[in-house]
Design a protein around this ligand. Structure first.
Ligand SMILES: C[S@@+](CC[C@H](N)C(=O)[O-])C[C@H]1O[C@@H](n2cnc3c(N)ncnc32)[C@H](O)[C@@H]1O
Length: 219
């Protein structure tokens, strides 16, 4: 595995110049998965939800209108599309702000849910991003990650690592392994699952602090 944090800034043009194409290429593929994950959370009325790296707002139609969602992203062109969706749909429970997920401008313990969909392998320092997610998440809150991680199957792992230089150039890394990532972030795991057996994507439901039901344990 490559080192978890890269020091260089994320410089991909994919999320700025190609924002108009994002929804037609990725949005459609990603939406069904995110809809299932969000529905299964049964987010209660009044919940405060933060989505980091929200991009064009792929997930937005899936959120219940009874909660308050704030999406943040670094790419203005992606956010412009998200804002357009919010305006077109008259969504008053949603807003987006240009902000770095590695340096969130929210006070500690602000959110009941912090979502990170398809973003931990995009930011230059995923461990710092999760540290920020933990900081702004309430002690009782949940951190929800949906992402691809490098396969534990040796041949598949080698193959995904081999394409890492290419995907990095495009805008994401493929060398991130789940177990070391979870261990390094110190997340308390509630559940790790896949939407279906063949999915390349893993869903991680986590908490920032152990509690009676989810004590600290080795991942
Ligand atoms: C693969 S897209 C995922 C977008 C959306 N979550 C989805 O599932 O469709 C990754 C997003 O992360 C954003 N991003 C990259 N680095 C970021 C950072 N440091 N802070 C906030 N957003 C960032 C990109 O601009 C892009 O919109």
């Amino acid at each position: 595995m490559g080192k978890i944090a890269d020091i260089e800034a994320h410089e991909s043009k994919l999320y700025s110049e190609f924002a108009p194409l994002y929804d037609s290429i990725f949005g459609k593929i990603f939406y069904n998965r995110l809809e299932r994950v969000i529905e299964d959370l049964y987010i209660p009325p009044g919940a405060q939800v933060l989505e980091v790296g929200a991009g064009t707002g792929t997930s937005f139609p899936a959120y219940p209108t009874h909660c308050n969602i704030t999406g943040v992203d670094l790419a203005p062109d992606m956010l412009a599309r998200a804002r357009q969706k919010i305006a077109n749909n008259g969504w008053r429970h949603l807003k987006v702000i240009e902000m770095n997920a590695l340096d969130l401008k929210f006070p500690d313990n602000s959110f009941d849910y912090v979502m990170a969909f398809h973003v931990v392998t995009v930011v230059p320092d995923p461990v710092r991003m999760i540290a920020e997610a933990k900081r702004v998440c309430k002690p009782s809150g949940r951190i929800v990650i949906v992402n691809h991680f490098t396969s534990d199957v040796p041949l598949l792992g080698t193959l995904t690592r081999a394409v890492d230089p290419l995907t990095r150039w495009l805008g994401w890394r493929t060398d991130l392994q789940l177990k070391p990532f979870i261990e390094t972030t110190g997340l308390i795991i509630e559940k790790v699952y896949k939407i279906n057996k063949t999915s390349l994507y893993t869903v991680v439901l986590a908490r920032k602090e152990p509690n009676g039901r989810y004590p600290a344990r080795e991942f």
